[in-house]
Design a protein around this ligand. Structure first.
Ligand code: ATP
Ligand code: IP8
Length: 250
């Protein structure tokens, strides 16, 4: 089973509020549809997709002062951020449906929560059942109930880590705007085994991003047992066909 994250920076124009990058999303959907058509061992147990927010969630969250740790009790703010993410989710689903991918939405806000220590609990029984029934569940970064904080943000990267752990993913891929994690000379780092090895070069996202950019991604992936790859859109076909493009984490 593969867990694939489509970065919000990839499928949206991250610097213009609520704007899709239609060409990039079409390219990603083409790659996913082609890989599912081709079959293969890695996809035999299915594919779970998670997408990030890009310009569809981070601007709203930032405007309302909501982050992964700082929450809100304002129901309007919750609906605003969740609404932006479900709008993007509809776009992603429709591009996949146009290519006959049996994609269905799973909204983390409806099922997950964080406890007082910010620990995430994400039920996965519905994802598992949908996979077994031949669907492609599509989750997204979202708002999430948070004990003591009201509602905070859960990033797509956290969801990828939780799903990969709970469902025992064979392969994990993060498709982003960069060809991998870059070193101080902008060369792709082949493998990262520890956070300290790369802490100096890891930064936030270049655009509005309330969930921590590349540094948070690497941290979340290093906690997993399975190896994960971070790569660019040009390598999505290769990843789905079994290659390990970009940076391998783990
Ligand atoms: N060492 C690094 N190597 C590569 N990218 C880096 C590095 N440090 C910081 N970044 C930034 O991290 C960004 C990728 O993180 P970002 O959170 O924007 O990705 P995403 O997952 O595609 O989008 P989203 O969070 O909206 O889903 C890059 O575009 C770059 O600006
Ligand atoms: C609601 C938001 C901002 C979702 C964030 O998800 P991410 O883009 O994966 O960090």
């Amino acid at each position: 089973m593969i867990v694939l994250k489509l970065g919000g920076s990839v499928v949206t124009d991250k610097d213009r509020a609520e704007t899709l990058d239609g060409a990039a999303l079409a390219r990603a959907a083409d790659a996913i549809a082609a890989a599912l058509d081709a079959g293969g061992d890695a996809l035999a147990d299915g594919l779970v997709i998670v997408h990030g927010g890009g310009s569809f969630g981070h601007h709203n969250a930032s405007e309302h002062g909501v982050s992964t740790t700082g929450g809100t009790h304002d129901a309007g703010a919750v609906l605003d951020i969740h609404g932006a993410m479900t709008t993007l989710n509809r776009f992603v689903l429709s591009r996949l449906h146009e290519r006959d991918v049996a994609a269905v939405p799973v909204h983390p806000f409806s099922g997950g929560h964080r406890d007082g220590e910010s620990e995430l609990t994400l039920p996965t029984g519905q994802v598992e059942t949908l996979l077994a029934e031949g669907f492609v569940p599509v989750l997204h970064g979202d708002v999430i109930a948070h004990a003591g904080e009201g509602v905070t943000i859960v990033s797509g990267d956290e969801l990828v880590a939780a799903l990969a752990r709970d469902l025992g993913a064979d392969r994990i891929g993060l498709c982003s705007t960069v060809p991998g994690v870059l070193d101080d000379e902008d060369a792709v780092i082949d493998r990262i085994g520890s956070y300290d090895d790369v802490a100096d070069v890891l930064g936030e996202s270049d655009s509005t991003d309330v969930t921590g950019g590349m540094a948070a991604k690497v941290r979340a992936l290093l906690e997993l047992e399975a190896e994960a790859s971070i790569f660019g859109l040009e390598d999505l076909d290769g990843f789905l066909a079994g290659a390990d493009p970009g940076t391998t984490i783990g």
